[in-house]
Design a protein around this ligand. Structure first.
Ligand SMILES: C[S@@+](CC[C@H](N)C(=O)[O-])C[C@H]1O[C@@H](n2cnc3c(N)ncnc32)[C@H](O)[C@@H]1O
Length: 399
């Protein structure tokens, strides 16, 4: 079997992250879901003692080796049809001195993902033409070529400045399983047959060489998928760069995990994968090295009133700024007064000085509309603490 080598290839034991609990969101019960701010290499190393061999599905959408910078779009009740009015903020960088350093980044992370997968688990590694060829060889080395399940082509449309080649409008998702006994829920992802196929079978008994498919049940999709990219007018758009379509990640989740299963995304970006996981009753681990990504993910996760633990590697910091806000409370209603534009705020009515228990939250709507400046608490406050995040991503503590 050919293996990939490069001068700096090595596998030193990664140092483990020191994970600190930042907050429990919806603290009524013990959260099984975790959202972690930090570099995923030490974070995964820290998770190994508890999660080794336990994850049913990992979706990995790392930087693609494009050597570009991806800013995030932020706004204040912005009209998404007027992107010129949007402000830009730090997103994430995909810059590398060369392919060797990119492989030095990817390889040890794939090793840990392989270790974290359960015996029936599956990894979906989402890349494009920049690095899918070397990555395929790394996967063959770690999983074995016989465990390569699919090469999925995600095709989409969009403008392109290229005039000297065909427009590059597809990504490649490499799929590997930990063993040959893996989860694949064919019936969860069937789709209707093409109307022309239905017509052919209706008109000729000989079509399909005498084998008539179950037309009513639908078919398992091919390994090439069309989903539109998340564009400005889509409701799911967050402004975080390279956000993936919910429908596509839903297909991956439904195919390769079951309700109650444990799934992970260690490059979670805007949080598309943990969001669809909560919608479909899976437990999740999610991580990103960028505060804007983790903040965006938290905002999206509020869609489902499911508790989750928000943690931070102590080597990663949350940008903060002093508060200029005033709080007032009356009959379990907290009102916030201040002039800085906010994305989000949350309240802990019984702050113990250690772990923030976020019992009530308010977020700025994705597309247009104002952030609510009043929230109702589930109890009379004993020692009220409020945390807020400004539109530019600074965390503020009040109370
Ligand atoms: C392609 S984006 C993921 C987009 C995501 N799938 C979505 O739907 O929004 C890649 C993400 O990897 C994150 N990332 C890059 N290096 C990382 C690292 N060492 N640890 C954790 N996250 C990292 C970036 O911050 C970025 O958010």
């Amino acid at each position: 079997m050919p293996t990939l080598t490069w001068p700096t290839k090595s596998l030193p034991d990664p140092a483990s992250a020191m994970l600190a609990d930042e907050a429990i969101v919806y603290p009524e019960s013990t959260p099984e879901n975790r959202l972690i701010l930090g570099d995923n290499l030490p974070v995964m190393a820290a998770l190994l003692p508890v999660y080794e061999g336990r994850l049913d599905l990992i979706y990995a959408d790392p930087p693609f080796f494009t050597n570009k910078h991806y800013p995030a779009r932020i706004g204040r009740g912005e009209d998404s049809r007027h992107p010129a009015d949007w402000d830009l903020a730090e997103g994430y960088a995909d810059h590398w001195p060369g392919m060797d350093s990119y492989l030095d980044f990817l390889y040890p992370r794939l090793v840990l993902m392989h270790r974290l997968l359960a015996p029936r688990g599956t990894l979906y590694l989402h890349l494009d033409w920049h690095a899918d060829a070397p990555a395929r060889l790394l996967l063959d080395e770690l999983f074995g070529p016989a465990r390569f399940l699919n090469e999925i082509i995600w095709a989409y449309h969009g403008p392109s400045p290229i005039r000297s080649a065909f427009n590059r409008k597809h990504d490649t998702i490499l799929v590997c399983t930990k063993s040959d006994d893996y989860i694949f829920n064919a019936d969860a992802i069937r789709e209707p047959y093409n109307p022309s196929t239905v017509k052919t079978f209706a008109s000729s008994k000989k079509a399909g060489f005498g084998k008539v498919p179950d037309l009513a049940r639908g078919k398992i999709p091919e390994d090439w998928w069309y989903f539109p990219v998340v564009a400005r007018l889509h409701n799911e758009r967050t402004g975080y760069p390279t956000q993936k379509p919910e429908a596509m990640l839903e297909r991956i989740l439904l195919a390769s995990s079951s309700p109650g299963g444990l799934v992970a995304d260690f490059f979670c970006g805007s949080g598309t994968f943990p969001l669809v996981a909560t919608r479909h009753g899976r437990r999740f681990l999610a991580c990103d090295a960028t505060w804007r990504a983790v903040h965006t993910t938290r905002l999206r996760l509020l869609e489902q009133p499911l508790p989750f633990l928000f943690q931070r590697d102590l080597n990663s910091s949350i940008p903060s700024s002093p508060s200029s806000f005033l709080l007032s409370t009356s009959h379990r209603t907290v009102t916030l007064n201040g002039s800085t534009a906010l994305d989000y705020w949350e309240a802990d009515p019984a702050w113990d000085g250690k772990l923030f228990r976020s019992a009530a939250q308010a977020r700025r709507p994705n597309r247009s509309g104002e952030l609510p400046l009043e929230i109702k608490l589930p109890m009379e406050p004993e020692h009220l603490r409020v945390r807020a995040v400004t539109v530019s991503g600074k965390q503020i503590e009040i109370g």
